[in-house]
Design a protein around this ligand. Structure first.
Ligand SMILES: NC(=O)c1ccc[n+]([C@@H]2O[C@H](COP(=O)([O-])OP(=O)(O)OC[C@H]3O[C@@H](n4cnc5c(N)ncnc54)[C@H](OP(=O)(O)O)[C@@H]3O)[C@@H](O)[C@H]2O)c1
Length: 353
């Protein structure tokens, strides 16, 4: 893959009183993986480091989690593309949300995080921030949780979108606890594997719908596995319900909403994580149907980091790619067959190097 044009540094040195940084750290250009369109491959280019505001911090990125939303963003239609340009950051589109790394510089108003601290977090497009497919990110402190030494950057980088989405659905949306029943449709993907482990951690009984090749994995996490190749899995799930939560990670064209709602307890909900436009009327008019935006924040990440540190949560990493090989990671993710997570590692040697 050829590198794109090298952008010029747009700003001078940062005033010393506005930031606290490690003496050896210098603000320098960053490497970022950018998208021009759904069709053009991701391109690694050099960009000027964003100037740090007083409530922001700069993180040297060590690991990046890949999520389907990262490649879906690239294929946004004309209207969504226009909204991205309007609401998002200026300059080339840097995709990605999840990151884990080391704080190298903090603004004067940042409290509780200082250079040298290890963190995990998510970038926020609506705050006009660049995405996380880069060797550094600039975010606000409320987007990062501290990492204890026991938690690796790679394990942490799996958390932000996938585990926060699962956790928000289980806790905020469905109030899952001891004895609850949870059905996970799409159990072996990034969100699904976290959802099973977190639901078990909360004391729930879990049923996971997956393909035959993944049934042993799902059962090893303490869930009942239903092979979707061996008949209608929603019919098979009936014997294990009624459910307090149907976590829908696949799409209602595959598992229709009506059939999912028929499996609910009187207070249960279907949470549409992979939502289609045809689903919005149900979300608006039915108390049984919700949707979710898994937004990583410090408050949402902290309990998940604790669970990692206690060993109650264990990410499964299917493959690691060099940052420059992000296009290959997206091709793998687009197959819809990934088990667990894919990671990008800045600084790692390229596959074909
Ligand atoms: N709203 C939000 O904030 C939010 C957040 C995260 C994710 N999402 C969306 O939620 C969906 C899932 O995300 P993810 O990260 O978990 O995706 P993922 O990791 O790409 O999921 C892949 C998994 O889906 C399984 N799968 C495919 N077809 C299936 C079927 N018919 N029945 C059961 N399992 C099936 C595959 O297993 P097999 O190969 O064995 O079939 C594979 O292990 C994506 O559409 C994503 O965009 C939305």
């Amino acid at each position: 893959m050829r590198a794109g044009p090298v952008a010029r540094l747009a700003h001078g040195p940062i005033p010393e009183r506005a930031v606290r940084s490690r003496p050896q750290y210098e603000v320098c250009p960053m490497q970022a993986l950018t998208s021009r369109s759904a069709e053009a491959p991701l391109a690694l280019i050099t960009l000027p480091s964003p100037k740090l505001r007083r409530d922001e911090l700069r993180v040297k990125v060590h690991a990046i989690g890949v999520n389907p939303v990262d490649w879906k963003m690239r294929g946004a239609g004309a209207f969504l593309g226009f909204m991205q340009r309007l609401l998002g950051p200026s300059g080339p589109l840097v995709v990605g949300v999840d990151f884990a790394g080391e704080v190298v510089e903090v603004g004067a108003r940042v409290e509780g995080l200082e250079p040298g601290v290890r963190v995990v977090g998510g970038t926020d497009f609506s705050r006009k921030q660049r995405g996380s497919y880069a060797d550094e990110v600039v975010v606000r402190a409320d987007q990062c949780a501290r990492l204890p030494d026991a938690v690796s950057y790679e394990a942490a980088a799996c958390l932000p979108v996938a585990a926060v989405t699962a956790w928000t659905a289980l806790t905020d949306h469905a109030g899952i606890g001891d004895g609850s029943r949870v059905l996970v449709l799409g159990a072996s993907g990034g969100v699904g594997l976290f959802a099973i482990q977190l639901a078990r951690m909360l004391g729930a009984q879990v049923v996971g719908v997956c393909s035959a090749r993944n049934t042993v994995l799902i059962e090893s996490l303490g869930a009942v596995a239903l092979d979707y190749g061996a008949g209608d899995p929603l019919e098979a799930a009936r014997a294990h319900g009624p459910f307090d939560l149907v976590l829908h990670l696949v799409g209602t064209d595959t598992y229709p909403l009506k059939a999912c709602r028929a499996l609910l307890s009187p207070t249960g909900i279907v949470d549409l994580v992979a939502i289609r436009s045809a689903d919005y009327p149900a979300v608006l008019f039915s108390r049984q149907v919700r949707t979710i935006l898994g937004r990583p924040t410090r408050a949402r990440l902290a309990p998940l980091v604790d669970a990692l540190a206690r060993g109650e949560l264990e990410p499964m990493i299917e493959a690691r790619f060099a940052l420059a090989d992000g296009e290959q990671a997206h091709q793998r993710s687009r197959t819809g067959k990934v088990v667990g997570k894919l990671l990008l590692i800045p600084g790692a040697p390229r596959e074909d190097a």
